[in-house]
Design a protein around this ligand. Structure first.
Ligand SMILES: Cc1cc2nc3c(=O)[nH]c(=O)nc-3n(C[C@H](O)[C@H](O)[C@H](O)COP(=O)(O)OP(=O)(O)OC[C@H]3O[C@@H](n4cnc5c(N)ncnc54)[C@H](O)[C@@H]3O)c2cc1C
Ligand code: FES
Ligand code: FES
Length: 484
């Protein structure tokens, strides 16, 4: 639908009549004439179309994240600031570009704007500066001709050269301007408080009343736009994250029990970075790299992962094991549903027209959690099979409560009640882990496809259940005996 959208592009305010459902990539290249943003895969996989998106974080501060513009709708730019390669290059070569050049990290150059944006986004983000983290920042970028050794050297050099970047936003942007990572005027504008954004202010919560009025609810668009790469003109999406509060993660006491509550627009990046999640589920952050890439995680919501209804959705498998409940809202009513009950069949959900997921919550008192995944590529790939287990240990050393799930073995992500029955009340041991593997191997009805045969999937299920046991009870040192 055409509407007025106010946003900032490379430091300059824009106030334009635009198709809100159109892709930012198409607008940049075909209308704005900014061809430095490249179109590679058009499905979030290659990073050639990266840009930096600035806006209000759930805590009210300004945040900057790398995003794939091939999965980003124009309507998402409302009251936000988009920075493209043209914005970075407006005052000549930056140290990021120089590092790429000096290390021979660019050959045909097609992927280079995306790498420069990803590495600049890393410097801008306030993340810990080290070579490993710098390489993780370019996990969503593919280069088909240079090879990654030179890119790794460039990333390492930047992490070392900028190891003393201050954490505070204003101070960091001031250093980045002084050291010419960002042109001075752009750095000032990027550090600008949201009160000065073109819309006059950030979104007020009242604006979310339109949640129910759109023809479709969109989260990050990382599934929707892959399936609909040329969105129909006239689509009027409700963007679930227009109110920054919808990305909040909170603890709430409900029915005498503490729950962790995730707003409808909480992204995978929000989830893994949250201190509330880290406190409740120590070690959860280790699973972040198993899910997509940074620019995808920066936009992909947990609600979208559920509603996309893929049998191998990673966050759905985790949330089933965590005993999540969904608060499903519509214009007039709200209902709650155990997450596993929303999946009725392949891509069939218990979600009526006009209903949307408003909140996802799960109990805060799990003692241990494990998630295992095998995919064709080690990273940045959807699962062949995934497995998640959450346990509550009793004072007697036995399993007081447990939830088990598996993906990729049926038309829907599965809760495995047989596995739960085996574990409940049992004392963890090698024998129990082996029995759990056998129960997992017999779960679902895995099919054969390009990702693996049915026999291979059953084998994987068994091994991933073992791997989960090794992770859940490290004190048993199961890894030494389980393969014997
Ligand atoms: C390159 C790439 C890599 C990926 N890797 C992985 C991976 O490793 N693991 C994995 O599990 N997934 C992966 N995905 C898939 C995708 O990122 C996730 O499923 C993501 O969580 C979808 O969330 P979203 O907010 O982008 O959904 P969207 O695309 O915005 O929406 C998906 C569907 O959900 C609906 N929807 C969104 N929010 C709501 C709501 N609040 N209420 C009701 N309906 C809603 C939309 O209408 C749409 O039908 C990958 C995708 C890409 C492009
Ligand atoms: S064009 Fe490949 S990620 Fe967008
Ligand atoms: S330099 Fe050619 S694709 Fe990377």
């Amino acid at each position: 639908m055409i509407r007025n959208i106010k946003f900032r592009l490379n430091g300059k305010d824009q106030n334009l009549e635009l198709r809100e459902e159109a892709l930012v990539l198409d607008w940049l290249r075909n209308i704005a004439g900014l061809k430095g943003t490249k179109e590679g895969c058009r499905e979030g996989d290659c990073g050639a179309c990266l840009a930096l998106l600035g806006g209000q974080a759930p805590d009210g501060s300004m945040e900057w994240r790398s995003v794939t513009t091939c999965t980003l709708a124009m309507g998402e730019l409302e009251n936000r600031h988009l920075v493209t390669i043209e914005g970075l290059a407006s005052a000549g070569l930056t140290p990021v570009m120089e590092a790429m050049l000096d290390e021979g990290a660019s050959q045909c150059g097609f992927c280079s704007p995306g790498f420069v944006l990803a590495l600049t986004g890393y410097l801008v983000s306030g993340a810990k500066m080290d070579p490993v983290e710098a390489m993780l920042a370019v996990e969503g970028n593919l280069c088909r001709c240079t090879g990654y050794g030179s890119i790794r050297r460039a990333a390492k050099r930047l992490a070392e050269d900028f190891s003393d970047l201050p954490f505070g936003l204003k101070e960091r942007f001031s250093v980045l301007a002084d050291r010419k990572v960002l042109p001075k005027a752009l750095a000032d504008s990027m550090a600008d408080s949201k009160a000065d954004m073109p819309g006059g202010s950030v979104h007020k919560s009242g604006q979310t009343a339109s949640m129910q009025n759109g023809s479709i609810v969109l989260g990050g668009g990382t599934d929707y736009f892959v399936q609909n790469p040329d969105p129909e003109p006239g689509l009027a999406p409700s963007f679930s994250d227009q109110d920054p509060a919808s990305r909040r993660i909170k603890e709430k006491v409900l029915g005498g029990k503490t729950w962790i509550c995730l707003g409808r627009a909480v992204t995978e990046s929000d989830f893994f970075a949250s201190n509330i999640i880290k406190k409740a589920l120590p070690g959860m952050e280790r699973y972040e790299v198993l899910v997509a890439s940074p620019p995808i995680r920066n936009r992909a919501t947990l609600a979208g992962n559920i509603v996309n209804a893929s049998p191998i959705a990673d966050m759905s498998a985790m949330l089933i094991a965590l005993g999540a409940e969904l608060e499903i809202s519509s214009k007039d009513a709200s209902r709650s549903l155990p997450i596993e009950n929303i999946f009725l069949g392949y891509k069939k959900l218990d979600l009526k027209p006009g209903e949307y997921i408003n909140e996802i919550r799960f109990p805060a008192d799990w003692s241990r959690f494990a998630f295992e995944k095998v995919s064709k590529r080690e990273h940045l790939d959807i699962a062949t099979v995934n497995v998640a287990i959450a346990v509550k240990m009793g004072a007697d050393g036995c399993i007081a409560e447990v939830r088990c799930s598996a993906g990729g073995v049926a038309a829907i992500p599965l809760r495995l009640k047989n596995a739960e029955a085996l574990l409940t009340g049992a004392k963890p041991s090698l024998d129990l882990a082996k029995k759990l593997g056998a129960v997992y191997a017999e779960s679902g009805s895995p099919m054969s496809d390009v990702r693996g045969s049915s026999v291979y999937r059953k084998r994987l299920l068994e091994r991933l259940a073992w791997a989960a046991c090794i992770r859940l009870w490290p004190e048993l040192k199961l890894e030494e005996e389980i393969m014997a």
